[in-house]
Write a protein that binds this ligand. Structure first.
Ligand code: AMP
Ligand code: ZN
Length: 492
């Protein structure tokens, strides 16, 4: 039976500002949309933290047995330099500065994004749609919004009429912004904008001569507003009403507020049931951000080639560090904190690896069922990974006692204990076993070498040496088996 049937997952919903019991639109299935990167530069570790938080949400939902359709888009057009519908398109600007095609910029940083996430052991989403691949649908949605009377055209650009929308709906429902604070265009204050009201936001912008990314539309040759793509792609792939929408806290306003307004206008429905927002990664007590230069790249952490950290760290150590904080808490990135995480990570891995050699006893001295229930309770409490990790360290203590025969587990409990630990450590948290891979490969190599030397000894009729190699390996728990195909070995 799927685990979710017996499970009570609660999610903190940014919309209601409370933890709610998770009930998907369709039983057994989850539709999840997460705003992806704007591919005009390398993703920094702050971006990766947010995506990693949702990777763990995805992993836990899969672990519970849900069929999940996880959509994470690639923003490859429409995201301007600031959130006020002003400035150049970020990708266009990069292309102009580097004298390359915008799609070369997109390709370069999409590849980098994928490589980075693979290095950090992310599961790929089910669909990864792009803004430029959905221009037709975006134009279609603008038509729909105009048909409802909530968008207007001025000089080839189309704007969403926020004040009018707010007469029958609630603009600010997610961010809590009051109308007077929900201003999108600073220039409007000086009377330089085409917008009727400064709260309005662009659905379509006419391209000026400098703007090289442009598409034909009924209003002008131009490009879609940034917020539109996410409404279009989430509706297209997940429907008018779906389960989870995620992103970093900084996307709540204006991006997600505008998404709600657009989607609600078209369908008349509340588009998203659970809004999830991940908190920021800080560096030197400030938000990690590309624009301020206050960032580290995920690849530089692995190579150690950066000015922030004392040494290189394995991707799983960084993942473990992220998971030691709850996704809704801010997290300070610093060398000493990572070193502490590294110690914890290797301690956990050592215990997990030694678990394989532990044998069942007659009775159980540890209540596995209740401990397992606490692990699930932690994840069910809005994906509380730090509490889960605390429970995993209780398990580490038990493993060490089992190794020293100071505790015992009967066969059934031992099996459940192992399965629960492996499930949470590898499947849910997405950690990889960096040490195990290394040392077990090396041990295999050394045993193969000893088998070769033993064969040489036997060929030379040096029975004393050949027996010594076999016996001393047995004493170490390594059994040699001589067969027709040669000698194989097993490690107990
Ligand atoms: P962008 O490519 O700028 O659209 O950002 C991609 C994702 O990274 C968004 O969900 C942002 O909210 C998130 N993000 C940006 N900076 C940080 C940070 N310092 N910490 C955590 N998440 C961040
Ligand atoms: Zn988005």
């Amino acid at each position: 039976m799927e685990l979710y049937k017996d499970n009570q997952l609660k999610i903190y919903n940014s919309l209601s500002k409370s933890k709610e019991l998770f009930t998907p639109v369709t039983a057994g299935r989850v539709g999840m949309y997460v705003c992806g990167p704007t591919v005009y530069s390398n993703v920094h570790l702050g971006n990766v933290r947010t995506f990693m938080s949702f990777d763990v949400v995805f992993r836990y939902l899969l672990h519970l047995g849900y069929k999940v359709r996880y959509v994470r888009n690639i923003t490859d057009a429409g995201h301007l330099e600031n959130d006020a519908d002003e400035g150049e398109d970020r990708i266009s600007k990069k292309a102009r500065l580097e004298e390359i095609e915008p799609m070369e910029v997109v390709q370069r940083y999409t590849v980098d994004f994928h490589e980075t996430l693979a290095e950090y052991n992310f599961l790929p989403p089910s669909i990864e749609p792009t803004a430029t691949g959905h221009i037709v649908e975006q134009i279609e949605m603008i038509h729909e919004i105009m048909a409802k009377g909530l968008a207007y055209e001025v000089n080839g650009s189309v704007y969403f009429d926020v004040l009018k929308y707010n007469n029958s709906a609630h603009y600010g429902i997610l961010s809590g912004r009051k109308m007077e604070d929900a201003i999108h265009n600073s220039r409007a204050l000086d009377g330089q904008s085409d917008k009727k009201n400064p709260q309005d936001f662009a659905l379509w912008k006419k391209a000026d001569e400098r703007h090289i990314m442009r598409w034909p539309s009924p209003w002008s040759e131009g490009f879609p507003g940034w917020h539109l793509e996410c409404s279009v792609m989430s509706t297209k792939y997940l429907g008018e009403q779906f389960d989870i929408h995620g992103g970093g806290m900084d996307l709540k306003f204006p991006h997600h507020e505008c998404e709600i307004a657009q989607s609600h206008t078209c369908s008349g429905k509340t588009p998203v049931n659970y809004w999830m927002h991940a908190n920021m990664l800080l560096l030197n007590s400030q938000k990690m951000a590309k624009s301020t230069g206050n960032f580290v790249l995920p690849k530089e952490i692995i190579t150690g080639d950066n000015s922030v950290l004392s040494k290189a760290f394995a991707p799983s150590v960084v993942r473990f560090f992220n998971m030691q904080a709850h996704y809704r808490s801010i997290l300070d990135f610093a060398s000493d904190a990572l070193e502490a995480s590294e110690k914890g990570y290797y301690k956990l891995m050592e215990a997990v690896n030694s678990l394989e050699n532990i044998e069942a006893g007659k009775t159980s001295t540890f209540d596995v069922a209740s401990w397992k229930q606490q692990c699930y309770a932690a994840m069910n409490d809005d994906f509380n990974t730090p509490i889960l990790i605390a429970h995993l360290f209780e398990a580490v203590k038990v493993i060490n006692q089992l190794k020293e025969d100071k505790a015992s587990l009967n066969a059934q409990d031992l099996e459940s204990f192992k399965a629960t630990i492996n499930g949470f450590v590898f499947d849910v948290l997405g950690l990889t076993n960096e040490t195990k891979q290394d040392s077990s490969d090396k041990i295999d190599g050394v045993v193969e070498l000893l088998i070769k030397l033993r064969k040489e000894a036997r060929d030379n009729k040096d029975w004393a040496l050949s027996d010594q190699i076999r016996d001393e390996l047995i004493a170490l728990g390594i059994q040699l088996k001589d067969g027709r195909e040669g000698t194989t070995f097993s490690i107990n």
